[in-house]
Ligand binder design. Structure first.
Ligand code: G3I
Length: 379
């Protein structure tokens, strides 16, 4: 597919990006249009694999062939696009506590195991997401924490889940989002979660040690959002990581979720990446998407701005270290958390359709795809 960008778009894009050095490598044709030649380029997974990088997406199994026989949400074209572009998958919801251990008596690995088989079939790797998190956490488990049974519960859960997937995953988000979110006081320090209340700050290191015991070879990750942009949160992340390393806690990587938007200021990002690198941690990108808070209705323009914002982000991260795993939180705008009811409540009240992922609704590659291709190619 050739997609044309007019001279006016090009100028608008130039103004939106800070310097000409940050502009995408488009070819300016004599007709004064810029041409992308997307479809002739190899899938992201191929470009990534050449550089020893895994590229991927979060997925809901209900849309994949593993549930074809019974799922009303199955989509052949989506299934094929995932298989074509990705060599890394992460479950969007089905490897969280409420899915794997919904009641005290019930453990359910069936769907997650099916997803692992799917990944194997298409020669993809899988990440685990996530062991300890305050969300997707059932009421019965929270009650157990309140009753002082937190340590035993964590021990049992991590041993069972990380043990079940021992040797089968490339990495685990051991602790997810333990730092304060937006609007939680001064945004410094640990989030007030049921785990913090029950076990104190040491719940984090405990989780890492248990994960290492259960699966000694998997990469163990601390994963969070906004750390690439909110100064207080970024500083808290550095403090947390330093503290864990000082105590010889088995932690191997920092996961930048990278739910960014067109207004994101990446001021603290470089220092965070440098510090993580200094501590001997890998930096990986785990949940990338790019939100447009202005809800621009000119989709062509939005796509260019999204691509430019992604370029700004990747430029900083890649300058410090090339991430060996890069995942977007979805592959196509057709299924994006940014257009979901949950996100709508918070930042998209009118339910606009958001174009924050690499492929459009028709699974066509967008400028964002092109930026990913370019960074993988030059990695
Ligand atoms: O599977 C049930 C289904 O059986 C039920 O009928 C339906 C009714 O609500 O709910 C379904 O579960 C939903 C699940 O997504 C699967 O669609 C949950 O209610 C819903 O809460 C869940 O939301 C996910 C959320 O995490 C909480 O687990 C989102 O899809 C997912 O995008 C979001 O992902 C998080 C990352 O894990 C961490 N970082 C931020 C990111 C975005 O919020």
């Amino acid at each position: 597919m050739k997609r044309e960008l007019t001279r006016r778009d090009f100028i608008a894009l130039s103004a939106a990006t800070a310097t000409s050095a940050m502009l995408p490598k488009f070819a300016m044709a004599e007709t004064e249009t810029v041409k992308y030649d997307y479809e002739s380029l190899p899938p992201l997974r191929e470009t990534a694999a050449k550089k020893g990088i895994l590229y991927g997406s979060s997925v809901e199994p209900a849309r994949l062939e593993i549930t074809k026989a019974f799922s009303p949400y199955y989509e052949q074209d989506f299934n094929d696009a995932i298989a074509r572009e990705c060599n890394l998958l992460v479950a969007e919801s089905i490897m969280k506590w409420d899915a794997l251990h919904p009641t005290p008596e019930k453990w359910d690995f069936w769907l997650a195991d099916q997803l692992l088989e799917y990944a194997k079939k298409y020669d993809m790797k899988m990440r685990g997401h996530t062991l300890i998190w305050h969300a997707a956490f059932p009421a019965w488990a929270e009650q157990a924490l309140k009753e002082g049974r937190g340590e035993a519960l964590m021990e049992e859960y991590i041993a069972k889940v990380a043990g079940h997937y021992k040797g089968k995953l490339v990495s685990w988000d051991v602790v997810n989002e333990a730092l304060k979110g937006r609007g939680e006081g001064n945004e410094e320090g640990l989030r007030d979660t049921p785990w913090l209340k029950a076990l104190g700050p040491s719940y984090i290191e405990k989780a890492f040690r248990l994960a290492a015991q259960a699966d000694p070879d998997v990469q163990l990750v601390y994963n969070d959002y906004d750390i690439e942009q909110r100064p207080a949160k970024s500083a808290s992340a550095i403090k947390l990581l330093r503290g864990l390393k000082d105590k010889n806690v088995p932690i191997h990587a920092l996961g930048l979720q990278a739910h960014i938007d067109l207004e994101t200021n990446f001021a603290p990002l470089k220092a965070l990446c440098e510090e993580a690198k200094k501590l001997g941690l890998d930096i990986i990108i785990t949940e990338l998407d790019v939100f447009d808070p202005s809800f621009n209705t000119d989709s062509k323009k939005t796509d260019e701005l999204v691509a430019a914002k992604l370029r700004e982000f990747l430029d900083i991260v890649f300058t410090v270290a090339v991430p060996k795993q890069i995942l977007a939180w979805g592959l196509t705008d057709r299924h994006s958390w940014l257009s979901s009811a949950q996100w709508n409540v918070w930042r998209n009240p009118k339910g606009h359709h958001i174009r924050g992922l690499p492929l459009d609704d028709d699974l066509k590659r967008k400028p964002m795809w092109h930026v990913l291709h370019e960074f993988l190619e030059k990695a």
